[in-house]
Design a protein around this ligand. Structure first.
Ligand SMILES: Nc1ncnc2c1ncn2[C@@H]1O[C@H](COP(=O)(O)OP(=O)(O)OP(=O)(O)O)[C@@H](O)[C@H]1O
Length: 259
């Protein structure tokens, strides 16, 4: 599998003279692969996401996405975070359309293609179980529904790369597991490359093809674990000894990394 996202020997600090957030960080994620990144708190997981999407630039080392060196925000990436960050004065549908109103080339096509874009947004909402919810305001939706809408917003410009930074962290366990299945199905249907940052090792093992474990700050990848559980995976797999063994193995790596 050729590398779609590649960070090579990356060093990054947030300010001159401040301690490195990541040091000698190298990671390669293949096209269509589902990667999960886990590690101790503050180890640089979000920094990795910012570097891969061109929101931060490293002091040294290289970052490439889809064969291009990253020198500006990466347009083929969609992002979703722990907080859904939907604008309360816009309907859910209007929130989904927001990236298209801002980012070129969609921005200049917005007027001409508005009907098509709105249909795309409605299809996306339907695909995550929010059919006919587009006219509601975010505050009329539950936390889980808002997070589904935020996922749709990340996908509205049909990105080739989806970056998820703790997207389910604020949800209860049942809603979170429901959303794992939503993500699993979206990725299978669209074959996009996904990088998921999470503290939840079960989430990482359930969803990912490979899990990367980072060291404590300054972060670098210390373990790469291929997850060979057959797909499609359903939630039953999380109760199998094979699944739980992998979770325990990863937990042991993180305990060691924290020491
Ligand atoms: N904007 C910033 N300015 C200065 N330092 C920062 C900034 N963002 C992150 N850092 C520092 O860089 C290090 C890595 O932060 P980062 O957010 O990438 O870690 P993380 O692994 O995502 O953390 P967590 O698991 O707690 O969410 C941390 O020690 C943090 O304090």
């Amino acid at each position: 599998m050729s590398a779609f996202v590649s960070l090579h020997n990356v060093n990054h600090a947030y300010g001159a003279g401040t301690a490195l957030a990541v040091e000698n960080l190298s990671i390669e994620v293949g096209e269509g692969e589902f990667a999960a990144v886990v590690g101790p708190s503050g180890c640089g997981k979000s920094t990795l996401m910012k570097l891969a999407t061109g929101l931060q630039f490293p002091q040294s080392g290289s970052v490439t996405v889809a064969g291009d060196r990253v020198t500006k925000p990466v347009k083929i990436a969609g992002m979703a975070f722990q907080a859904p960050t939907l604008l309360p004065w816009r309907s859910t549908l209007e929130n989904l359309l927001l990236p298209l109103e801002i980012v070129e080339p969609h921005r200049s096509e917005m007027r001409r293609r508005k009907v098509e874009f709105a249909a795309r947004a409605k299809n996306l909402l339907a695909s995550v179980g929010l059919r006919d919810q587009g006219d509601k305001f975010p505050w009329e939706l539950s936390g889980g529904m808002q997070q589904r809408a935020s996922l749709c917003r990340a996908l509205i410009h049909e990105p080739k790369l989806l970056m998820l930074d703790e997207p389910f962290g604020a949800l209860d366990a049942f809603t979170r597991e429901e959303l794992w299945c939503v993500i699993r199905d979206l990725q299978a249907a669209r074959k996009i490359t996904v990088i998921l940052v999470t503290h939840d090792l079960r989430e990482a093992v359930f969803l990912a093809d490979r899990v990367f474990v980072m060291s404590s700050r300054p972060g670098r990848v210390i373990v790469e674990r291929k997850i060979e559980l057959p797909r499609p995976r359903d939630l039953e797999v999380t109760f199998t000894p094979e699944f739980q063994d992998i979770v325990h193995e990863l937990r042991a790596h993180i305990v060691k990394a924290r020491q």
